[in-house]
Design a protein. Sequence first.
Length: 383
Amino acid sequence: MGEATDRSGGRDRFLDRLPWLLRWAVVGSACLLIVAAGVYVLARIAALLAPLTIALAATLFLAALLDPVANWLRRHRTPPALAALATLLLLLGLLVGAIVLVWRLTADQFSDLAKQLDQGLTRTRDFLTSALPISPGQLDEWTRRAVSGLRSSAPDPVTGAATVAEAAGALLLVLVLLFFLLKDGRPMWHWVLGRTSDRSRPMATHAGGAGWRTLGAYTRGTVMIAAIDAIGIGIALVILGVPLALPLAVITFLGGFVPIIGATVAGSVAVLVGLAAKGPTTALLVAAAVIAVQQLEGNLLEPLIMKRQVRLHPVVVLVAVTAGTLLGGIAGAFVSVPITAVVYNVLRTISEDRRAGAHAPTGAPADPPSRSGPGDATGVAGS
C-alpha cells in the first residue's frame, strides 16, 4: 500500500517537474491520436460498406429536405403513412419530370454536336499550337495518350453491369428507408431518447435537434444555391449559343453540392465545351459568366440563404472536402461538409448546455435554452 502510494506520488512529482507546454503537448497529442484513430476506423468501415453508407447518407439528406412537406401534410390531418407516400411520390415525380425535360430539350442537339465539336477541336488545336510553345506532333501525342488512358480506365461490361445493378439496389433501398423515416421518424427518435438516462436526456434532445436543424438548413440552402448557380450559368450558355446548355446546367447544379471545388469543376466543364464548340472567344465569355455568377452567389446570396449556424469558414470547408475525397472519393466529398457542420453544431449545443448547467444556482435545475428538439413538431422527420 505504501509502496503504491510512493510510486504514484513519484509519478505526480515527475509530471509536475515537466514544463506546462510539454504536458499540454503530450495530453493534446494523445487525445488527437485517439480521435484520429476512431475517425479512421469509422471511415474504413463506411468504405467497406460503401453502398449502405451512401444509401443512408442520401436518405438523411432527402429526409431533411422533404421533412417540411411531410409535416405540412400531417398538420392537415393526413395519416403519417399517406403523408410519407405522397411526399415520396412528389420527389419521384420531380426527378422523372426533370430527366424527361432535359432529354426532350437536348435530344435534337446531339446530331449537330459531333460536327460542332469536330470544328471546335480543330480551332482549339490551332489556337493551342499558335499561342503555346507546343508543336502539332506533341499535341497529337498527348491527345493519343489521354484517349488511351481513358479507354484503359473504362470498366469492362461485366463490371459495368454489376455497378448498374448495385446502383439500382441502392436507389431502391434509399426509397424504402426514406418512406419509413418520413413515416416513423418520431417513434425512432423517442426510442433513441429512451435509451439515455434521465440526466442526459435533455442534453441529447437539444443536441439532436441542433444536428437535425443544421442538416435540414444545409440541405435546403445548398439546393437553393445550386439551383441559382445552374439557372444563371444555364442562361449565360443559352445566350452564348453553347450546345447542351441544359445538361451543363444540371452538372452545375450537382456540382453545387460540393462546396468551392464542385462549382469550379462544373464551371471548367462548361468552359471546355464552349472552347471546343465555339472557340476561344466564347470560352472566355463563358468563363467570365461562370465567375460572375459564382461571385454573386458566394458574396451575396449564400450569406442570405444559409443560416449563420450552418456556415463554416472556407478553410474548414476546404479541409473537410479534401479529407472526405481522400477517405471516400466523390461520395466523401459530397457528405464531408454537412457532417462537419452537424458535428460542430452538436458539440456547440452540448457545450452551451453544460455552461448553462454550471452557472445554474446550486440546488436548482438548470433552465436550458429554448430549442425545438428532434421530437417536436419541427424537429425530426416523421415527427
